[in-house]
Design a protein around this ligand. Structure first.
Ligand code: COA
Length: 229
């Protein structure tokens, strides 16, 4: 699989096969999934995954409703689900794009489907959408102990830029803030993302700064809900 182009169209149209899921998946994995725009009727199955995958700080149905309320054309959100041929929702991801800044709000894949490339497919979708919306960069927060997610982000060219202390509550776990320079990724796409090719992670330019006070990169739309991505 090639890396995520930051210039192509969004992959969330109908019947977009998730790239990684088309490869030779292990026999015990479920069939290929397709990426589709998330709609209100996906909230219930997404919530079931959310409670399973983020047991300590799961979003509520109301949070997903308010996110989707901003996912209309011209809105600040973009949400995608991965759906199997039998209609099961097995992954989801969300982007916030405000004033030229992109933020990965959440990304998650059903445990039975992890390791098949769906996470990379969902992230590719968000990166493309952020670029399509003219975002200069894409930020995310990830638990410092979530090394698997960090590996995925590193393969896409995200670099650590800071730490938010005690960001994940109630556990008080720190968040690593990572940033993808979309302008650079667009200028030299092959340098950055080659998720399925296991490209070497980009070396961080410097140790992450403590971003507690003040935030090094002020968020244009600070939510009280903790983003998962
Ligand atoms: C982080 C997360 C979204 C990644 O999703 P994923 O679908 O497993 O991601 P991918 O399959 O694209 O890549 C994951 C691994 O599978 C490997 N892989 C990709 N395609 C594969 C395939 N066809 N067969 C086997 N392995 C494959 C990747 O190389 C990668 O390996 P690595 O973990 O050693 O780096 C997922 O682990 C998850 O939902 N975790 C719980 C929620 C969470 O932590 N979300 C992130 C919040 S910041």
């Amino acid at each position: 699989m090639t890396g995520p182009s930051t210039t192509g169209p969004s992959t969330t149209g109908p019947d977009t096969t998730a790239p990684g899921a088309a490869g030779p998946a292990p026999a015990d994995r479920a069939p290929a999934a397709r990426l589709r725009p998330m709609r209100w009727w996906h909230i219930a199955p997404v919530l079931a995954l959310e409670l399973e995958l983020f047991p300590e700080d799961a979003w509520s149905a109301g949070m997903f409703w308010s996110e989707l309320a901003e996912a209309h054309p011209g809105g600040t959100r973009h949400y995608t689900v991965a759906v199997t041929p039998d209609g099961a929702v097995v992954g989801y991801a969300g982007l916030m794009a405000v004033g030229g800044d992109g933020d990965v709000q959440t990304i998650a894949v059903d445990g039975r489907h992890q390791g098949t490339g769906l996470g990379a497919a969902l992230l590719t979708d968000l990166v493309r959408e952020a670029a399509r919306r003219g975002c200069a960069d894409l930020l995310l927060e990830v638990r410092v102990d979530n090394t698997r997610a960090q590996r995925l982000y590193e393969r896409f060219g995200f670099e650590p830029v800071g730490i938010r202390r005690g960001y994940y509550q109630p556990a008080g776990i720190d968040a690593l803030v990572m940033r993808l320079d979309l302008a650079a990724a667009s200028a030299a796409p092959t340098e950055h993302a080659a998720p399925a090719d296991h490209a070497a992670p980009a070396a961080p330019a410097a140790a992450p700064e403590d971003l507690d006070e003040p935030a090094g990169h002020p968020r244009p739309d600070v939510k009280k809900d903790t983003p998962h991505g």
